[in-house]
Design a protein around this ligand. Structure first.
Ligand SMILES: [Zn+2]
Length: 204
């Protein structure tokens, strides 16, 4: 598994490729910005390694405690954090729930202090309207987050294959095979069957 620094470098070096490809496909500066922003955020702060004490986790600063229940409930490199689609989807749901919980605490405090704020219904309406109106942008952002996370998982997996190769040579990553035996045995079987066929023909 590559170190946090290697992961960061991979994210930064692949950013121009992601941005260039997105712009080529969409011809939209806005969507390109969202995919690239999502990719950076996904690679540097919102990636699979939030399931351990990692750079990504540390970058959340004083908000990092949000991810402690997440870490406690997931095994490091489990499918739920490192798997494609599911990893980012679960983290997004987790973060949204966290924001809603934090928001409701802030609302309660504001109410207690006598500060007038928008009601829950109004807020929910605003969020829904933005989801419907800007669904292209939300999808672009999600694709960016997913790509950022996948660049991480891919380098994790290729990194461990490389490690196995370095410690055990080609043998470690190739399927095992026995020397010589495989080549000679099918020939012997063939000869035998040919003989049997001949004897069978003679008999018949
Ligand atoms: Zn990882």
């Amino acid at each position: 598994m590559p170190s946090g620094g290697t992961h960061d470098r991979i994210t930064l070096w692949s950013l121009p490729v992601v941005a260039g490809f997105t712009f080529g496909q969409t011809q939209s500066g806005n969507l390109t910005l969202l995919v690239s922003g999502g990719f950076l955020f996904g690679g540097l702060m919102f990636g699979p390694d939030l399931d351990i004490y990692s750079r990504q986790f540390q970058r959340w600063g004083w908000l990092r405690w949000i991810w402690i229940p997440y870490q406690r409930s997931l095994r490091h490199r489990s499918f739920l954090s490192h798997g494609p689609i599911i990893g980012t989807a679960l983290r997004s749901v987790y973060l949204i729930c966290g924001i809603v919980a934090l928001g409701s605490v802030l609302c309660l405090v504001a109410e207690w202090l006598g500060v007038a704020i928008a009601s829950w219904q109004e807020l929910a309406k605003l969020v829904l309207a933005s989801l419907v109106q800007h669904y292209n942008e939300w999808i672009a952002l999600y694709i960016g987050l997913e790509l950022g996370a996948m660049s991480h998982s891919l380098s994790d997996w290729s990194g461990s294959a490389y490690k196995r190769f370095k410690s055990g040579g080609l043998k470690a990553i190739m399927p095992k095979r026995k020397k010589g035996r495989r080549k000679s045995s099918p020939v012997r079987v063939k000869k035998r069957t040919a003989k049997t066929q001949r004897t069978q023909r003679k008999d018949g």
